[in-house]
Design a protein around this ligand. Structure first.
Ligand code: BJW
Length: 224
């Protein structure tokens, strides 16, 4: 049984990581669409670094929850037959024990140097223009995928979706493409689809089955 699981901010919500579009969905009065674009970074790099520095610092104080741990147990059982594609830039899947994880929107704990194009582990603040560990240039940005940029690993993801026996979407609003379109791609290949989300997502109607409730309850129940 080959399973592709897509996760979004909702799977980390019970760990205390805020989602993007629940409650007022704002960070310091800004919508994610206003701080997660290349244009925002050019216009106000200090603000954009503050947004990511705050989230990077907060990550040190959170831990994986039962939903992350259930997916790690599923990988122990299925090995290469489970692929977790996450839109999340946190490292909670890895800290729970998952190893086959694709971060399609990048990783908070990595820096990307715009001078030498190198990518480096990064766990401190990036504001204040620190030097690139590779070339020394003060040209680091978070290694994350902003609106208008192309998500990572798309070829591998689409290939895995086409060959899957099941596609499961967990904790995502279905508001952001291309991830929001994976359910349609899976359905086109005849792959059964399941949504596990707190409430119906924008794409609920596309799923063959949908269960609504907290991921910390629904995911372990589905895995066991
Ligand atoms: C729980 C829970 C609990 C709560 N248990 N559930 C018009 C039409 C179509 C597309 C476009 C368009 N105009 C522009 C576009 C493209 C654009 C886009 O989609 N825009 C939309 C706004 C319409 N997309 C892009 O630009 C992407 N690139 C692209 O398309 O390139 C072209 C291309 C693609 C493919 C091949 C070739 C070319 C890039 C998108 C990058 C998104 N980046 C962000 C920021 C990343 C870094 C960061 O984290 O800061 O990614 S935006 C933000 O949204 C972040 C998230 O990963 C992403 C998705 O959010 P998510 O995870 O769904 O969170 P929420 O908050 O929305 O939802 C949480 C859900 O959990 C809710 O449903 C809750 O109910 C639920 N929940 N608690 C279970 N306890």
């Amino acid at each position: 049984m080959r399973i592709v699981v897509l996760t979004g901010a909702g799977i980390s919500a019970e760990s205390g990581v805020p989602t993007f579009r629940d409650a007022d969905g704002l960070w310091e009065g800004h919508r994610v669409e206003d701080v997660a674009t290349p244009e925002a970074y050019v216009a106000d790099p200090v603000l954009v670094h503050e947004f990511y520095d705050a989230r990077r610092a907060a990550l040190a104080g959170v831990v994986p929850n039962p939903a992350h741990r259930a997916l790690a147990r599923l990988e122990e059982a299925l090995g290469d037959d489970l692929l977790v594609v996450t839109q999340n830039i946190d490292d909670l899947h890895e800290r729970a024990g998952s190893t086959r994880v694709l971060h399609m929107h990048g990783e908070l704990l990595k820096a990307w140097c715009l001078a030498c194009e190198g990518r480096h582990p990064w766990d401190g603040p990036m504001g204040g223009d620190p030097a690139c560990p590779g070339c020394g240039a003060p040209a680091l940005r978070p290694d994350v995928v902003w609106f208008g940029e192309i998500p990572y690993e798309m070829d591998r993801i689409l290939d895995s979706l086409g060959r899957a026996d099941l596609f499961v979407s967990i904790g995502t609003s279905g508001a952001v493409y291309p991830a929001a379109g994976f359910v349609q791609q899976a359905a086109r290949h005849g792959v059964p689809t399941l949504e596990l989300n707190l409430q119906p997502s924008e794409g609920t109607a596309w799923f063959r089955e949908a269960r609504h409730g907290p991921a910390g309850v629904l995911v372990p129940a589905w895995v066991e």
